[in-house]
Each structure stands twice: as C-alpha cells, then as structure tokens.
Design a protein around this ligand. Sequence first.
Ligand SMILES: [Zn+2]
Ligand SMILES: [Zn+2]
Length: 157
Amino acid sequence: MICFSVSALEKNPVVKSGTLPPEFLDLAPEDDFAAAGDVSYDLTAALVSGGVLITGMLSVPLTARCGRCLKDISFTLSSGKIHLFLEVPESVEELDAGEELREELLLALPMNPLCSPECAGLCPVCGKDLNKGKCHCDTGSAAGAVSPWSALDDLKL
Ligand SMILES: [Zn+2]
Ligand SMILES: [Zn+2]
C-alpha cells in the first residue's frame, strides 16, 4: 500500500518516500527473481485535471541467475522515472497507488539477466563455465560464443 490522502492533495502536492517489505513485490517462487531487501520509493503526487499524477522512482535489490552461465547475480532494479496518472474515484479519501506502482517497477525487470554483457556462458557439451576458460569440446562454432541459449537468439520471433 502506498496511499495518498486526497484532501491533502487538494491543498498541495504530497511528497512521500520510504521503504516497503520485499513482500510488496509479490514475486512467486517460480519467478526468476527474488527480492534481497526492501523496496525503496521516492514519490511526488500532485492533483491534475481528472486525477493524480505520481512522479518519482522505486528501486529494490534483487537476486537472479545469469541467463547464460547460471551464476547467482544480484543487482538493483530501478523503475526509472515514473509518470503515473491515476483517476481518483468519487468520494475516495485515500488513494492507494501500490498496485500500479508495483507494476511500474516490475516492468523494468530484464528479460534475460546476465552476470556481465560479455558473459561467455556454459559449454553446451560439457557444461564448463567458459568464463573460467575454454574446454576441449568441438561445438561446431567459435568457442566462447556458444551458450545454452544461443539457439534461442537465432530464432526469428
Ligand atoms: Zn553469466
Ligand atoms: Zn565443453
């Protein structure tokens, strides 16, 4: 819940910052990401014609697995600058923007998190971590550039 008082907004824009427990993200165990700490938010809400405009940013430390070499990685997910417009229903005194803000943050999740943009991945034959050195398998293409996901990269979607 990230609530803004409508009567306060009618007087002045409201600045709100703080933290929420990781449960706010509501990540499922089968998701590829896990929260490693609290969600931080730093937001300004202002009454505009027809509703409320919320600007600011959210961030949370996450852990994930490199999509190429499967190493555990941790990074900070940031929503970037948010511009969220919400309509305010009649006779609502507290506007809860939590769900919409959560979605804004999750939209920033990377499709394919990598430990580094140059990650060499695992050998598809022997499974060796090619970041730690080449193996002796004949993979049929340039060693070091092959990852278990390279076939996916070739798919034209
Ligand atoms: Zn990696
Ligand atoms: Zn190998």
